[in-house]
Write a protein that binds this ligand. Structure first.
Ligand code: TXA
Ligand code: MG
Length: 337
């Protein structure tokens, strides 16, 4: 029982078809995949990730799969978003089709659908759908243990599952280009007048969605579907992490006692910071796309160094283009509050 690195898409598609687990690259993060129509395979995902039951999974579709295969109602809004952003880093929540298992939806009446843009993911999904008579889809949460930092390379997946008691094939596909999980937009309650609701910000911004739909995108309220990435603490490294304004960071470093150990800092400039031997400062990218691409690998590197007493991150600027990154940083920091 182990995680095994491969580059053979045929072997991976067959493993999925047989009810096994395959981790695969997507443009957002690596996913841990199983046949969405195979209940035992789906339950293996929860076991392997140590994910509590009741957290719904996203169904990944090969390009060209009709939305009706998985959704019983397909509003015009969903078609317009699919035309604009698929294949790509957008997940849509729609009313589920009757055949969709409650194990996938967390018992809810909706289903999450995404068509990834990564060529390896697309080839895997297309070959899997040839093997499987329709409807075919692959459920894939991020390929990390529950609550941990999502993997953006095959090496990250192998290290997450180094001790696994499951057989997992890990399909190689270089580093994920987006680097944070897909934007999730809930379109399941349009008929009830709820409007589109942003459940998880990401690379595709609320503003881009508003441009396509021509209506405002809402923040989640208490009636919105549950999202596990929306738990207050999530995406956390092992090393205690603090998110700070520039002023807080400047003061905290000036006051950092060397006997407290070494601190890793990811900040937008070194100017005015008290950088001592106990302070290892690294420059963060100033473009949100670059920051998102590097974020999870950076947190893993800080963890892997092993002896940092703390990680201090300078908070990124406000604004919709930073919303995905800001959300992940807040949740990572919340694990240590
Ligand atoms: O970018 C991504 O979305 C990656 C890659 C692998 O595709 N996947 C991913 O999966 O982030 P996961 O399981 O880590 O996060 C999926 C999120 C969860 O927060 C889950 O609650 C939400 O999608 N979700 C799935 N189905 C849902 C539904 N029917 N209603 C509400 N939320 C749903
Ligand atoms: Mg996840």
């Amino acid at each position: 029982m182990a995680a095994l690195l491969i580059d053979d898409i045929e072997q991976a598609a067959r493993r999925l078809f047989e009810g096994g687990l395959v981790a695969f690259p997507t443009e957002t993060v690596y996913g841990l995949g199983a046949d969405a129509g195979h209940p035992e395979a789906v339950s293996q995902i929860y076991e392997a990730k140590r994910r509590p039951a009741g957290h719904p999974l996203i169904v990944h579709l090969a390009p060209g799969t009709p939305l009706e295969t998985w959704a019983r109602e397909v509003p015009d809004e969903a078609r317009r978003l699919a035309a604009a952003f698929w294949p790509g880093p957008l997940t849509m929540i729609l009313p589920r089709a009757d055949h969709v298992s409650p194990a996938i939806t967390g018992g809810q009446d909706s289903v999450g659908l995404r068509c990834p843009a990564h060529p390896v993911a697309q080839a895997l999904l297309a070959r899997f759908s040839e093997l499987k008579s329709s409807p075919s889809g692959v459920v894939a949460p991020s390929a990390n243990l529950f609550g941990q930092v999502s993997p953006t390379s095959a090496a990250h997946v192998l290290s997450e599952f180094a001790q696994t008691s499951h057989d997992i094939l890990v399909l190689d596909g270089a580093a994920s280009q987006v680097g944070i999980e897909s934007t999730i937009i809930d379109l399941s309650r349009l008929k009830q007048g709820a409007g589109p609701v942003l459940l998880r910000p990401g690379h595709i911004t609320a503003q881009q969605i508003e441009v396509v739909l021509g209506v405002p995108v809402h923040e989640p309220d208490h009636a919105a579907p549950r999202v596990s990435g929306s738990l207050k603490a999530h995406y956390a490294p092992r090393t205690p992490l603090r998110l700070m304004s520039r002023d807080e960071l400047t003061r905290a470093l000036a006051a950092w006692p060397p006997r407290a150990g070494r601190v890793a800092v990811w900040c937008f400039s070194l100017e005015g910071l008290a950088v001592s031997e106990a302070v290892h400062a690294f420059l963060a990218p100033t473009r949100p796309e670059d920051y998102a691409r590097q974020l999870y690998a950076r947190l893993r590197t800080f963890d892997d160094v092993g002896d940092y007493a703390a990680i201090f991150l300078e908070a990124p600027p406000a604004g919709t283009v930073w919303a995905g990154v800001a959300d992940r940083l807040r949740r990572a920091a919340a694990a240590f509050e």
